[in-house]
Design a protein around this ligand. Sequence first.
Ligand code: MOS
Length: 751
Amino acid sequence: MTTSIDQPGSMGPIGRPVERVDGRAKVTGQATYSAEWALPGMTYAVIVAAPSGPGRVVALDTRRAEAADGVLAVLSHLNARPQGTPHSQPTGFVAPMPDAVQVFSSPHVAYAGQPIAAVVAETLECAREGARLVEVRFDATTPAIDLEGRLSTAFPPDSILGEAPDGLRGDLADGVAAADISLDEIYTTAAQSHNPMEPHATTAVYKDGRLTLYDASQFVYGVKRMIADLVDLPPERVRVVCRYVGGAFGSKLHAWPHVTVAALAAMHVGRPVRLAVERRQMFGLVGFRPRTHQRIRLGAKRDGMLTAIAHDVTNQTSQASVYVESAAMATRMLYSCPNVAVTHRVVRLDTQTPTFQRGPGEAPGAMALECALDELAYRLGLDPLALRLKNYADRDEDKGRAWSSKELRACYEQAARRFGWDRRLPAPRSMRAGELLVGQGMATASYPALRAGASARVRFGADGALVQTASHDLGTGSYTIFSQVAAAALGLPIALVKVELGDTDLPFAPEAGGSQTAASVSVPLFVAATKVRKVLTALAVADAASPLYGAGEDAIAWGDGRLYLRDRPERGEAHGAILERSGKTHLEAEHTTKAGEDFEAFGHESYGMHAWGAQFAEVHVDPTLGTVRVTRMVGAFCGGTVLNARTARSQLLGGMAMGIGMALLEEVMRDVRQGRVVNASLGDYLVPVNADVPDIDVILVPEEDPYVNPLGIKGLGEVGIVGAGAAIANAVFHATGKRVREFPIMLEHLL
Ligand code: MOS
């Protein structure tokens, strides 16, 4: 079975820069986040985290805590129920990692920040005081936390989302031998913490053998399956709800230990439990972007034609699970080159398991590859943009197939023009603004166009349409774009569409990650809405009392809540009137796409599918102090159909701002003796704030993709960060003549 869609004459509100439909609820405090559910009998849980790791809890004395005011229970390995293994996985790319969700299973501690106990109390203050009174005797051993120091222990992962960790085309040695100019350099990217504005939180309710979790999540169905397995409940007795998410960036794709702690606590005390993870705990308890060590080798002819590309990536993972940072996957296809070899390796360190963070793979990978290309351009005496254009890949040479669509050339051209790239003086240290050194750099961006199976239901009544799907709005704009998609299919004003998301009682939706939500969910939603439209049309043309009686379905147009004759728009009637005469209160339809079905129908095997972009950045560097300020950024992107120009721009702008963090600010730092994160606050772990973010110019380059899916959507959630940091790093080189290959770039690198 395949999904095809029946496009109306016009795509209606699709593409328009509609304001966020959930904006008012958010700014007036009406939007309920997971730590904000107010339930009768609420209790509060606080996690006691291991002070260092690895190690062993030699003695745990909970008597003083248990005797404290308001404390209801202290959970630990001494009394927690044994947990099952999360094995079932409903879909997608997030494989369950048992170590990430099993808690209190033994006195062994694998990493600093791992929960060793949790205190449940009548109030948050009582729980905190109880946590302070838990006495722990802890035997610590020295942690392995240094990636570079343990490169000799690196090993290949089994696979990267079904793909081999190593890839090769042509012959690398031949390519190197054929080169006139070559490069062989090491680049490193720092471990990063997602730090969404809304920390992780779970409110858990266990009643009548049923568990309900209000959980800050990118994947309610995934959390449901993982936790059901863990606490040994049939999945139908677990419900996960997440109406609003205050940012996630990958950190909420998987459940982390606090979700299990909240569930166990609710089952233990028999009352609702609220567990809000503290900001400082976010650094040691939930996943993070791992540090990478990347070796790039490039070879080129004197005219700039690439003869060889090798990209060897090693990233840190945990002792218990393997997370691969797929930083060289894009290298396989990004440029035209006959000889390409990539490898991925992992090193086990004593931390929690790392995970996907915005632009996973591509973002850290571009820091290395795109900076290396910049270096090569200087060695060749070529303009960095000209080098990219010289090696433009007109086909997916990795898989030997065409692109489903690729307006990257237009991205380069439009962004370069807007930026004023042609006025750049090529030599390093050649541009100044007063005392400050001015630098300009650029990079390429790409991110795969992922899609997964999803379901959506549309219920249509006289007062409008209700859209239901378990997908998520992470702040990305899903509520808004789904309103637009349903409104377009039904010919309704957006105000008459209500969208419900984030609840496992709603039809299935995949993880809201991998930039796949817009594409994956819009298609079944559009089809479900179209089914409703067809039924209503059929009712009208069969109804002698309708002005549309007897008309052919093709002659009927939809718009502004009414059906009318395409040729005679004055002849028609409102949806509600048709419904009312038919004696029905509402019409309902659901549609499900299966993972892979549009791949077959739309040629997944025969086309390479990616979103693309071109990033340009300007920096000012103070030559005395080494301080770097980003002064301008221009990014041009194409991702197929843009559903909402306003929320799409916002996604890309946010990604580019995060690129500033990657290039200049963000690094999780650990104490070498204890393994604990020492900069675990937003005062010490620096993310770009408004003062760091200049005017960012986002250009949406039109792109039609007839293959990726019936609506032509590729997704734009992650491509905005890819290459943004590399463009900045390249600008820093252009300003200073100093090539820093260790990110983030600190002022001490430049002095
Ligand atoms: Mo994205 S890192 O898959 O939320």
